[in-house]
Design a protein around this ligand. Structure first.
Ligand SMILES: [Zn+2]
Length: 115
């Protein structure tokens, strides 16, 4: 058994850089409909979307409205501390985490911060 492989699949690394501009995120944001741990920068998003009638999450491409946008306060805390790379460990209760068609990693537990 390969130990490296095993730990790699339980760990998710999140870089707090905007997927659109690659800058550091100032206000980490997701929509209500997003199920992914990644966030985008609110200001960059609003700037980019100002000419569009329909807004889509830059990460999962789901349709979002202004009132759907939520600040990821949990991540903001780390940004305020100057952390730009967060490593999440998958919670150990695998059964509750994954349903048959959802293999995404949730990031609510066992957060380890490096940087
Ligand atoms: Zn999304």
């Amino acid at each position: 058994m390969n130990i490296l492989e095993d730990s790699a699949c339980r760990i998710y690394t999140l870089h707090l850089a905007c997927p659109v501009k690659k800058d550091l995120i100032k206000i980490p944001t997701r929509s209500n409909w997003c199920t992914h741990p990644e966030v985008f920068d609110l200001e960059t998003f609003l700037n980019d979307m100002q000419y569009y009638l329909q807004w889509r999450c830059p990460i999962c491409k789901k349709l979002v409205k202004y009132q759907d946008l939520i600040e990821a306060k949990d991540l903001k805390k780390y940004l305020d501390e100057g952390k730009t790379t967060l490593v999440f460990h998958k919670p150990r209760i695998v059964k509750e985490l994954f349903d048959s068609n959802n293999e995404e990693i949730t990031c609510e537990k066992e957060v380890i911060v490096i940087d």
